[in-house]
Ligand binder design. Structure first.
Ligand SMILES: Cc1cc2nc3c(=O)[nH]c(=O)nc-3n(C[C@H](O)[C@H](O)[C@H](O)COP(=O)(O)OP(=O)(O)OC[C@H]3O[C@@H](n4cnc5c(N)ncnc54)[C@H](O)[C@@H]3O)c2cc1C
Length: 318
């Protein structure tokens, strides 16, 4: 019976895929669900497709806005995404795996060579500038857009989730957050265009922080890694959850087919690498001074398409 280390998006979807193939699983999840998690909570349309067996209720997101202090561009998404909190989504998936027969141990699991490794990002020692993520939910008027407010190297995403809530989540340099003693309200107040957007909304939870964040493939993984345990994609693309769900399902198929961990990692690499290359390039370019103006000339749907993995080969193998 395969062990799965981590029962969040990648782990729970790997479990559901194995159970569907008739293989029993044991999940180790160290946190008690439901729980909040730092995430933009923008679930790409392709991820919604991969979870089509499960009923998910959130808010459709139909539009994207890229907003700089002095310029902005808006475009319709090719297909609606879903705004749904991790509090709700992760709990639904883990409960579904439990109902379908997974054994769930609410405890730390030890990674090993035959396990599916879905434990998310692991801290690494990093020199130089460090980035941290932050997030809180707000009550008040909502819309159907994901709006990204850029501020130098950092940015904040604002989008609806369920129950009339708006998620405010972003990435900032550690020193900028230290400057405000990691006080999210003060941090927002320093960005007038974002502060104006949140006028009339009331924060519903304590600010959560996570980090340091390190983008790219994880080194020295064991077993069958998936999700952030395999590789962490820059969150601005809103495709980390899609990658976690897709590679969770891929890990299940790799085990069912008897692939070696190396063969599994190669299959994941083929799926993810093009998206990682483009997302890194696009992300870096967003802080160049002329980009706010140039971005208005580039079709937004092109940026969108090139910043995420192509899933057609995977989908046809479901
Ligand atoms: C600031 C920020 C914004 C983001 N915004 C978006 C967005 O809008 N859209 C999007 O698609 N993606 C976004 N992402 C990325 C997305 O959150 C991740 O890609 C996704 O959470 C990865 O899922 P996962 O299951 O691989 O890992 P995680 O969600 O990190 O889950 C890992 C799980 O493993 C458990 N665990 C860890 N170690 C052990 C252990 N030893 N034993 C047992 N359990 C263990 C943890 O408790 C956790 O529940 C964002 C990320 C950040 C940081």
């Amino acid at each position: 019976m395969p062990d799965i280390i981590g029962g969040s998006l990648a782990g729970a979807t790997a479990a559901l895929a194995l159970l569907k193939l008739g293989q029993p699983v044991t999940i180790y999840e160290k946190s008690k669900f439901p729980r909040h998690k730092v995430c933009g909570e923008f679930l790409d349309a392709a991820a919604v497709d991969l979870l089509s067996d499960i009923q998910l209720e959130g808010t459709p997101i139909t539009e994207t806005a890229l907003i700089w202090p002095n310029a902005q561009t808006r475009f319709a998404l090719p297909r609606p995404a879903l705004g749904i909190s991790r509090y709700r989504l992760d709990h639904i998936l883990l409960m579904q795996a439990l109902r379908e027969g997974a054994i769930v141990h609410e405890q730390v699991g030890k990674p090993h060579d035959k396990a599916i490794i879905a434990h998310g990002r692991k801290p690494i020692s990093q020199k130089g500038e460090r980035l941290f993520g932050y997030k809180a939910h707000f009550a008040g008027p909502t819309n159907n857009a994901v709006e990204l407010y850029f501020n130098g190297i950092g940015y904040t995403g604002v989008n609806p989730v369920e129950n009339g809530l708006t998620n405010v989540c972003g990435i900032a340099k550690e020193e900028d957050l230290k400057d405000v003693q990691f006080d999210g309200d003060k941090f927002i107040a320093r960005q007038p265009h974002l502060a104006k957007r949140l006028e009339g909304r009331t924060r519903q939870m304590e600010w959560l922080f996570t980090g340091p964040l390190f983008y790219g493939p994880t080194e020295n993984t064991r077993g069958y890694p998936c999700g952030d345990a395999l590789s962490f994609v820059d969150p601005f693309t809103g495709s980390g959850q899609l990658c976690a769900i897709a590679t969770g399902q891929l890990a299940a198929r790799s085990i069912a087919k008897g692939l070696t961990p190396t063969q599994h990692i190669e299959a994941c690499r083929q799926l993810l690498q093009p998206a990682f290359r483009w997302s890194t390039l696009i992300r870096k370019s967003l802080s160049w001074p002329l980009v706010p103006y140039l971005a208005q000339l580039i079709p937004g749907q092109l940026l969108y398409r090139y910043s995420r993995p192509t899933l057609s080969p995977l989908q046809t193998r479901r």
